[in-house]
Design a protein around this ligand. Structure first.
Ligand code: NAD
Length: 273
């Protein structure tokens, strides 16, 4: 028997930090075996020290590397006797700025990590998920998948792609008994954000700063549910409905109020001299 010793198991990418790390901690506290994968080896070691080496498998992985991803899945499968109860595709990067002012390499990198990384994960792990009754393929999308967000246009596009992929796979994978779902977090207090983002966040409302453990709790809840999209906080679902029903109204709101409107106005003022 592998080191998971018959325990339920979760494979988490982006596990060295933020919501991936909190999810590892929560599932460990529930008695699950945790596979923690990230580019950040130091962060993984700290996590292992906290969880105990018998309770987790840590491994460096760049999610954009399909061949290495397959090796990581095989190592995880050896520890779990070929099972995976949850695949949590969570690793991601953010890059801000106007599309036309970003180097094209930076744009492609966001697509590689946030979308191709997710494709790599699901394609590599589907065998283990199929072999595990009640398994869940869970992916981190974003509130920026409700309406395309200026200032983070490509990031937002990758998160729309994740959401669409999840919807389609949640139907395709029924024939294997594998569920697919995603989470759309708002503003979560993690190192991915620029430091001023949390400081400047509103104290209440749907874009208040939320601790990453709240996302971990959603992953836990999703395992026992057939719900497709999880919003953190839940009222973000209203934004999604509005964007679907009245995209022009939402477009004008984003363009004329709030921080993005200010960013665009500042840039305009600068270019006018
Ligand atoms: P984070 O920076 O704390 O964690 C992201 C982790 O992903 C890091 O540990 C990083 O090393 C890892 N990572 C980055 N590129 C990688 C790669 N190529 N291979 C493997 N690991 C890689 O940020 P977080 O907020 O916890 O982010 C988790 C997910 O949540 C991301 O997909 C992010 O886009 C998404 N998200 C975050 C917020 C937010 O406000 N924090 C909101 C919506 C969605």
């Amino acid at each position: 028997m592998g080191s998971a010793n018959g325990r339920k198991s979760i494979f988490i990418t982006g596990a060295a930090s933020g919501m991936g790390r909190e999810t590892a901690r929560l599932f460990h506290s529930k008695g699950w075996f945790v596979g923690a994968f990230d580019q950040n080896g130091e962060g993984l070691k700290a996590l292992e020290a906290e969880l105990g080496a018998d309770n987790c498998l840590i491994r460096r992985l760049d999610v954009t590397d399909k061949l290495d991803y397959e090796k990581a899945i095989a190592e995880f499968g050896a520890a779990t006797d070929g099972k995976m109860d949850i695949l949590f595709n969570n690793a991601g990067i953010g890059a801000g700025g106007f599309f036309d002012e970003q180097p094209f390499e930076d744009i492609l990198k966001v697509v590689q990590v946030n979308f191709v990384g997710v494709l790599n994960g699901i394609h590599s792990a589907i065998g283990l998920l199929k072999a595990t009754p009640g398994s869940l393929c869970f992916t981190t999308s974003s509130s920026s998948a409700t309406y395309g967000m200026p200032g983070i246009a490509v990031y937002s596009a990758t998160k729309h792609a994740v959401k669409g992929l999840t919807e389609a796979l949640s139907i395709e994978f029924r024939r294997h008994g594998v569920r697919a779902a995603d989470v759309l977090p708002g503003l979560i207090d993690t190192p991915i954000l620029p430091p001023e983002a949390v400081k400047n966040a509103p104290k209440d409302g749907m874009f208040r700063a939320i601790p990453p453990m709240e996302v971990a709790k959603v992953v836990w809840e999703a395992y026992s549910s057939d719900k497709l999209h999880w919003y953190v906080p839940p009222e973000l679902s209203e934004l999604d409905k509005a964007a679907g029903n009245m995209p022009e109204v939402v477009r004008e709101q984003i363009a004329t109020t709030g921080p993005i409107a200010k960013m665009i106005a500042d840039a305009q003022a600068k270019s006018n001299g």
